[in-house]
Design a protein around this ligand. Structure first.
Ligand code: AMP
Length: 176
């Protein structure tokens, strides 16, 4: 029996120096060529969150590819966390630091309810800057970040450390 980790390792492609020099880009698109593998990924992520969350918040754009399917599997709502300028008002914003400059993410106001337990999901955890800002958006609305999940975590970039202060459980299917 091959494990889910082995099956993913066989298809995820590592592209050196993309989109800029020094970045090892993880291309997850081959997962979608194998419906059974995609299904196994959703099963794993849904199992981690079953009974522990009220809402899934997915981060644009690859966080939508899996986040919506997790929400359907668990019969809970899905809320989009979008890049700046894409959502019509009313919305709330959170800025965060990039290597050079700052960026902002946004969420529709009123969709997340105070007290709800939230899974913040993205495909990949790198420095953790985007996910940290997403968790701050959740807390700004009085909801609780209960869990984070990712297909991939990049250990050297220490994203997990940045997320420690939210006291949420963190799941990564693969860690490189
Ligand atoms: P960060 O805020 O540094 O944790 O970056 C996370 C976001 O950037 C995720 O939405 C990823 O999809 C994307 N990302 C960052 N590094 C990589 C990488 N090496 N390969 C693929 N996607 C990446």
């Amino acid at each position: 029996m091959t494990t889910l980790q082995e099956r993913l390792n066989n298809v995820i492609e590592n592209i050196p120096d993309f989109p800029i020099a020094g970045v090892q880009f993880k291309d997850i698109t081959p997962i979608f060529l194998q419906p059974k593998l995609y299904e196994a990924v959703i099963d794993d992520l849904a199992k981690f969150s079953k009974g522990k969350i009220d809402v899934v918040c997915g981060i644009e754009s690859r966080g939508y590819l899996f986040g919506i399917a997790i929400a359907i599997a668990l019969d809970v709502p899905f809320i989009l966390i979008r890049k700046k300028g894409k959502l019509p008002p009313p919305f709330i914003s959170q800025s965060y630091e990039l290597e050079y400059g700052t960026s902002e993410i946004e969420m529709k106001a009123g969709q997340l309810q105070p007290g709800q337990r939230v899974l913040v999901h993205d495909d990949l955890l790198a420095t953790g800057g985007t996910t940290e800002a997403a968790a701050m958006l959740v807390e700004k609305q009085g909801a609780t970040v209960s869990q984070f999940s990712f297909l991939i975590g990049l250990k050297d970039l220490k994203g997990k450390e940045k997320l420690q202060r939210f006291n949420a459980t963190i799941h990564q299917i693969l860690e490189y």
